[in-house]
Design a protein around this ligand. Structure first.
Ligand code: HEC
Length: 111
């Protein structure tokens, strides 16, 4: 079990290493936005277990799961910038293109 974890961590770091440094900056700013605006519902690791998750309907989805990770960047961008009903509608028009890219990079890192 530990060995397996070690191997997958190595793969994660190797993949992250290939895309430095621009991606690193993007990830860092995505994390800042996520921690200030998203964690309250989606939880620190995106698992949908933030402090408000029990009170929000529908329940915030687990962003680390395939259901979200399989969505393309354009679809995620639309959810984060043009959703008109439900809890995610509060972000409609909030984020700049750079912020959207950063948030999406961060969501991908929750995989
Ligand atoms: C008030 C609670 C709340 C906050 C805050 C919130 N979300 Fe959500 N989010 C939800 C709920 C509930 C859904 C699912 C329902 C829906 O799609 O309207 C959702 C859906 C999503 C989805 C689509 C997931 C999928 O697979 O369909 C993404 C991506 C997402 N949120 C990202 C974010 C990001 C990034 C932030 C911070 C900018 C954020 N959310 C802030 C409650 C929240």
């Amino acid at each position: 079990m530990h060995r397996l974890l070690g191997v997958s961590m190595t793969v994660v770091f190797a993949l992250a290493g290939c895309t430095l440094p621009r991606n690193n900056e993007e990830l860092a700013s995505g994390q800042v936005i996520f921690e200030t605006k998203c964690v309250i519902c989606h939880g620190t690791t995106g698992h949908g277990d933030g402090p408000l998750s029990d009170t929000v309907k529908p329940r915030p989805p687990d962003l680390s799961k395939q259901g979200t990770q399989q969505k393309g960047d354009t679809e995620l961008k639309t959810i984060l910038s043009k959703t008109e009903t439900g809890p995610m509608s509060v972000w409609n028009g909030t984020f700049s293109d750079d912020e959207l890219r950063a948030l999406i990079a961060y969501i991908r890192s929750l995989n």
